[in-house]
Write a protein that binds this ligand. Structure first.
Ligand code: CUA
Length: 177
């Protein structure tokens, strides 16, 4: 009879049984597989953002966004400028309490470089209903290479809590076929 109170006789942990050896071997091989997945996923997984990062002051970014709006404005929606720049150009979107500025109009299949930054605090760029998520951080210009492959109207929802008006921080991106 085994009991937790009475200690077993002899060196009970030696030698390791067949099952124990088998499970340790399987666990070890699985560790190696997971370890290999880290670099593999990074290199082959297609999960990495295509972005380039640079530091930028809030003033410089705001100024750049305003110039972008002045140059390519094509309309207005509830006081927000709708901006359509030619394919291949640099697009600018600014996050601030509590709006995404301006509204962007894109062409399906065209490639752009989308610059994101914030002028106050952390915001979260979430393209809805598509699952695209990026942090928008003050002081950093995050430039993403994008090629919209679906036409339609998409919402930009802020998914980083940024104060009392967080839930109202909804922008828009229009993709034309
Ligand atoms: Cu911006 Cu939440």
């Amino acid at each position: 009879m085994h009991s937790g109170i009475v200690s077993p006789k002899g060196v009970w942990w030696l030698p390791a049984g067949k099952q124990e050896k088998l499970w340790v071997t399987i666990a070890f091989i699985w560790c190696l597989v997971l370890f290999a997945m880290m670099p593999l996923w990074h290199l082959k997984g297609g999960q990495n953002p295509t972005g380039e990062r640079a530091t930028v002051t809030k003033e410089a970014f705001t100024e750049r966004v305003n110039r972008f709006v002045d140059e390519y404005k094509v309309g207005e929606d509830k006081g927000f400028p709708i901006v359509e720049a030619p394919p291949g150009s640099h697009l600018y979107m600014l996050g601030r309490m509590w709006q995404w500025y301006p509204i962007l109009k894109l062409k399906q299949g065209a490639t752009y470089t989308l610059h994101l930054s914030s002028v106050d605090l952390n915001h979260g760029f979430n393209l809805f209903p598509i699952n695209v998520n990026f942090q928008v951080i003050p002081g950093y210009d995050y430039a993403l290479k994008i090629t919209p492959n679906i036409a339609g109207e998409f919402k930009v929802v802020c998914n980083e809590f940024c104060g009392i008006g967080h839930h109202t921080m909804v922008g828009k991106i229009i993709v034309e076929p």
